[in-house]
Design a protein around this ligand. Structure first.
Ligand code: NGQ
Ligand code: ZN
Length: 452
C-alpha cells in the first residue's frame, strides 16, 4: 500500500490517499485515510510519464559532438558522427548503456520508455547468430531496471529519399521487409518473457529510410501495437520527401496511411497550418523531444495551433544528450516563448502551463506506448511518481501551482519514488540498483573508449 499526503487522481487533487496495486495495476484508491503500519509513505503522488522516444545508445556519445570544426555544423554533420560512433558498440556495451539510460529515466520520474531501436546487426551489416541479439540486450536492460518497455524495432532500408542505397555507416540498421518481419517476430518472443506491461510495436524509421510499398507491407503484417515514425525534423528532409513523393512528409503520411490513435509522429517539427490541424485531428500523438530538438537545431514545434485543434502530445528524450523530465517540459514551453516573444503558450484559454504540459504528456505518452495509464485511476497500470513538495523549489507553492513549480522551477531531485507498473524502482531518490548499473556502465565505457 502507498500512502500519499496528496495525490493527483483522475478527479483532481485529493488528500491522505491510500492506494493499493495488484498485478501491476492500481486496484484501489481511497481518500481521507490515515496511514497504516507498513504503508510506503510519500508526499505528493502523480501519474508518472512515459518517455516515448529514445535511442539509448546515443547517451554514451553525449558531449562528443559539441565541438565546432570549420564550416557549418548541422543535424546532418551530427548524424555522420553518430554513425561513426555506432560502429564500435558491442552487444555488452549496448546493454550497459541502455541500463544506465533506463535508470536515469526512472530517477527523473519516467516510468516507461519507447525504445526506437535500429542497431540490429554487426558492424558490417551481417546479422548476429540470433537476429534479435540486440533487441535482447534492450529487453535485458528493461528487466534489470524494471522500466516499462515498449520496444520498437525499426525498419531502416534505404540511405535517403528515393530509395537511395544505405551508406556504410547505416549497415547495422538495414533490413528488407522480410528480414524485418523475422526480427520483429523474434523481438515479440524476447519481450514476451518480460513483465506483462512490456510490449512490442513497430517503427518505420522515417519516410526517407523506407518506401511507400515497404511501409504498406509492414503495416499490413503488424496490425497490433503502436506505430512510431520520425516524420519532419529537418527542412532538408521536408524538401527531399516533397521532391520524391510530391507532398510534404506529414501531408503525405496523412493522405497515404490510416494515421490514427495508434500512431506516434516523432519530431512533427516542420508542418504547415493545414498539416498541423489535420495531424491534430487524426488522433495521433506528436512525439516531441524538446532537448534533443534544441541540441540538433531542428526548430520549434507549432504548439499553439496544434493544441487549439485538440492534438495529443507526449515527450521523449531521443538522443539522451540529457535525461531530465523537468527540463524536457520547460524546454518545450521555452522554445515557444523564444519564437513568439510571449509567455505561457502551451495552454488553450486560461490555465496552468505546467498542468497542461505535465498532464498532456502523461496522457499522450501513455497512448503512444499503448500503456493503459497516464492518470491515477482504478484499473490503470501503476506508473507512479512521488514528489517532495518540501524541496526549496516547491515549498512556497500552493497545490494548484505545484505542477508549474515542477516544470519551471524544479529539478529532477524533487522525485523521491517511481513505480513502473507497480515495480518500486526508485526509492529515496535513487534507483535500487544504481551502484551496480553505474559500475557496469563505467567498465563498458572503458572498453569502448579504448576502441574509439
Ligand atoms: C536517429 N536521429 O534515428 O537516431 C536519427 C538520426 C537518421 C534523429 N532523427 C538517424 N534525431 O536520421 O538516419
Ligand atoms: Zn529519434
Amino acid at each position: 500500500m502507498i500512502f500519499a499526503n496528496q495525490a493527483l487522481i483522475a478527479t483532481g487533487w485529493a488528500k491522505n490517499v491510500r492506494l493499493s496495486c495488484a498485478e501491476g495495476r492500481i486496484s484501489e484508491i481511497s481518500t481521507d485515510q490515515s496511514p497504516k503500519d507498513g504503508d510506503t509513505r510519500v508526499d505528493v503522488l502523480l501519474p508518472a510519464l512515459a518517455n516515448l522516444h529514445s535511442h539509448s545508445f546515443q547517451r554514451a556519445m553525449a558531449g562528443m559532438t559539441e565541438y565546432r570544426k570549420a564550416g557549418k555544423d548541422s543535424f546532418w554533420t551530427w548524424r555522420d558522427l553518430m554513425y561513426r560512433f555506432t560502429k564500435h558498440l558491442t552487444p555488452e556495451q549496448i546493454e550497459a548503456i541502455a541500463s544506465l539510460v533506463f535508470m536515469e529515466m526512472q530517477e527523473a520520474g519516467y516510468a516507461s520508455v519507447g525504445e526506437f531501436h535500429y542497431i540490429h546487426h554487426q558492424p558490417d551489416g551481417t546479422p548476429y547468430d540470433d537476429i534479435g541479439e540486440l533487441s535482447g540486450r534492450i529487453a535485458a536492460a528493461a528487466a534489470d531496471t524494471g522500466i516499462g518497455l515498449t520496444h520498437l524495432p525499426v525498419l531502416y532500408t534505404y540511405g535517403g529519399a528515393g530509395k537511395a542505397p544505405l551508406e556504410a555507416g547505416q549497415a547495422r540498421f538495414g533490413n528488407s521487409v522480410d528480414r524485418f518481419n523475422e526480427l520483429t517476430a523474434r523481438a515479440r518472443g524476447i519481450v514476451g518473457a518480460l513483465s506483462q506491461d512490456c510490449q512490442v510495436g513497430i517503427a518505420p524509421h522515417s519516410l526517407r529510410a523506407t518506401s511507400p510499398d515497404d511501409m504498406a507491407a509492414v503495416l499490413q503484417a503488424h496490425q497490433r501495437g503502436p506505430i512510431h515514425i520520425h516524420i519532419a525534423e529537418q527542412p532538408k528532409e521536408v524538401a527531399d520527401i516533397s521532391d520524391w513523393l510530391g507532398a510534404r512528409p506529414v501531408e503525405w503520411l496523412l493522405a497515404n496511411a490510416e494515421v490514427n490513435a495508434n500512431w506516434c509522429l516523432i519530431h512533427a517539427t516542420h508542418m504547415t497550418g493545414a498539416e498541423t490541424r489535420n495531424m491534430a485531428q487524426s488522433g495521433a500523438v506528436a512525439g516531441l523531444c524538446p532537448i534533443t530538438e534544441a541540441n540538433l537545431g531542428d526548430g520549434p514545434f507549432n504548439g499553439p495551433d496544434y493544441l487549439a485543434h485538440g492534438g495529443a502530445f507526449g515527450v521523449g528524450s531521443d538522443s539522451n544528450i540529457l535525461i531530465s523530465l523537468t527540463e524536457e517540459l520547460r524546454t518545450l514551453e521555452y522554445s515557444q516563448r523564444l519564437r513568439d516573444i510571449a509567455r505561457n503558450i502551451m495552454v488553450v484559454g486560461d490555465g496552468s502551463v505546467g498542468e497542461t504540459l505535465y498532464c498532456g504528456a502523461a496522457k499522450g505518452g501513455a497512448q503512444a506506448l499503448n500503456r493503459g495509464t497516464g492518470q491515477i485511476v482504478q484499473g490503470a497500470l501503476a506508473d507512479l511518481v512521488a514528489i517532495d513538495s518540501s524541496d526549496p523549489a516547491l515549498c512556497a507553492l500552493q497545490l494548484h501551482q505545484l505542477l508549474d513549480g515542477i516544470c519551471f522551477a524544479g529539478r529532477d531531485r524533487v522525485v523521491t519514488d517511481v513505480w513502473s507498473a507497480g515495480r518500486h524502482a526508485v526509492q529515496g531518490g535513487r534507483h535500487i540498483k544504481r551502484d551496480q548499473i553505474i559500475a557496469n556502465y563505467r567498465s563498458a565505457m572503458q572498453s569502448l573508449m579504448s576502441t574509439l
